[in-house]
Design a protein around this ligand. Sequence first.
Ligand code: ADP
Ligand code: ZN
Length: 755
Amino acid sequence: MPSADRPPLLEASLKRWFGFDRFRPGQREVVSDALAGHDLLAIMPTGGGKSLCFQLPALIRPGVMVVVSPLIALMQDQVRLLRDNGIDAAFLNSSLTARESAETTAGLLRGEFKLVYLAPERLLLPEFLSGFLPRLQEAQGLSGFTIDEAHCVSEWGHDFRPEYRQMHRLREHFPDVPVFAFTATATGRVRDDISHQLGLRDPAVHVASFNRPNLHYAVRAKDGRSYGELLERARKRPSHSGIVYCLSRKRVDELAASLADDGIRALPYHAGLSAEDRRNHQDAFIRDDAQVIVATIAFGMGINKPDVRWVVHYDLPKTMEGYYQEAGRAGRDGLDADCLLYFGVGDIRTAEFLIQQKVDPATGAPLEAEQRMAKLQLRKVLDYAESTECRRAIQLRYFGENFNPPCGACDNCLDPKPVEDWTLEARQFLSAIARLAQRNERFGAAYIIDLLRGAETQKLIDRGHQSLSVYGIGKQRSQDEWRLLVRALLHQGLVEEFGDSFPVLRLNEAGRAVLKGERPVTFAVAPQAEKGKRRRGAAVSTDSSAMPEADALFEALRGLRKELADRQGVPPYVVFSDASLRQMAERQPLTSAAFLDISGVGSRKLAQYGAAFTSAIRAFLVEKGLSVPDAPAEDAKAFEIDEANIVDEDLPETVLTTMTLFDRGLSPDQIAAQRALDANTISGHLEALLAHGTAIDISRLIDHARLQAIVGALEKHGVARLKPAWEALGSGVYSYDELRLVRGWLHGRARRPTA
Ligand code: ADP
Ligand code: ZN
């Protein structure tokens, strides 16, 4: 039984299976609801740790968890990670041969897997939905349906997949099996749609914060030095993986080639490459054979690489949501990571040009609604790029979340920009608008800038504007500087813009106050106008450890990880995350007990890798001439967790509640009534308790003669499927519940002290 000095049960399971000591925010609540068999909808940001929220319940609840996932690459990745933790998981998809598929389905029926991943197309095939799944349910039970990337069901979402629309059939076919929906993106509308489309029943809704505290945000001027900065970033830390996002395929190819010429292991990725190249480049990145991927936004959906240390946007993203998702591919492991946006005025012109290209392919007429939407989104991105406010606060506000700055991890919070007085220029600009308004003329910003700078364009000459008093009074500022001012005036509400296709500017009350000299105009100098020497965002260095020795050890352990991973043909992060290696480098565990304390080391990892890593650490310390305690006399066994000690720890609370009530003398039916749970659920708990060898008196559940009869039938017909035994016993003379209890009892017999 749990005692005060043991961790709570869920934490014990978390450590045993995944090696983590504590849950990330929100995880525990989601896991508890899933364990209780509630339908649920969980919205958590990328890197929030969604997978564990259904994997842990899958391990604890009786039966098989069916996980629906849209991408083959993601399924394979998750299954590899699970298996490396000693968890029996499988996938069914088109990458398997017919024979492998048949083996997997047979294994599922025999109870060899706790989780199975598959694509919606497969799940909804009639022979699967009405054939295989019911058989699986009968043989092993179904612990739940998990719908990953659940926003794919919604037409309102950005990634709608028609196959997902049929998913409600799961609920119709299996009304008693809980459905768990997970997504990283969902507006209110998409959220309701998911719930509705999947037929969720009174779901527990969990919305985690979208704040990613380990991500550092910064915006820098895009100019002649940007490439050099990027190169230096990649060179300085060759072990730090990064992604560079560009707008066009051409730029991707050019930049990847330049980086490669400069000695960086960089590869391009975009939709113009062959499928094979794309796969190879992605694999190389995932396996740490390539350090940098230069990509269009086509890259990222199918990758789970948790240790991306930086994401650089070399071009302006199209939407804030896009920026958040792309930048969010950094630092999923929870360690510090950098998100940097390079921004230059030229980007605005490019973006505006691309928006103007949005025309009806048949008639060539502008697609006005689309253009308007794209402009609004561009405005939001510019607001972000040019703002002097906390970057995190802006992003979170976009998702409807409040955040109180300073965040301490963005350029604007760490290094506020100097504020300059532009009152004179603002008055010049606004008075130009006023002069033109007197003549009943209105123009957009570009024309007014030309006017102020005394340009000799045909339009200006034709309209006779050269004779206006404001003509040429603004020569002291460049065109770009004037554009900067105009955007600041718009941001601050000192001038208004009207019209969609050719917006014109108009004075308002606030602007008149500026004209009258009643209020000054100041704004922080945006990066491109910044003078003086180059600044380094304080977020560049990502290493928490000050000790160079720990850094060197970290690199050595990375080498070992890569070797072990290559030998098994898996990505290095499957072996251990950077976060685990970092802790090993700092704590330098030399014994199995100390190794088990590392975050990410569970029972399987301890057994599989403990000896290799502790001896590598020892060798490193010896080589450095550091004093090392004598090697403890540990044999291979020391790296195995004593199963007997943990059997009672990985029982979930809900099962223990059932046990407590059973101990008090309640019958299964009474327990079900008191806990408002299904009788089936309670018998599942009892089976689990019996199987764990917990001292449960089976004679209270089933009389001796019946027990004997069932034992006989199960021994004869096997326990993998209950149906043969049930039929042999006379179809219906004994209930499946009874058979399950006895199966649990047989299973646990080996673990019970012999009486
Ligand atoms: P998501 O799918 O939400 O983006 P994942 O489930 O892939 O996130 O988890 C992201 C990373 O965080 C993985 O490397 C995972 O091992 C790690 N992780 C998840 N939960 C925890 C935890 N409680 N403690 C430490 N690391 C965790
Ligand atoms: Zn901030």
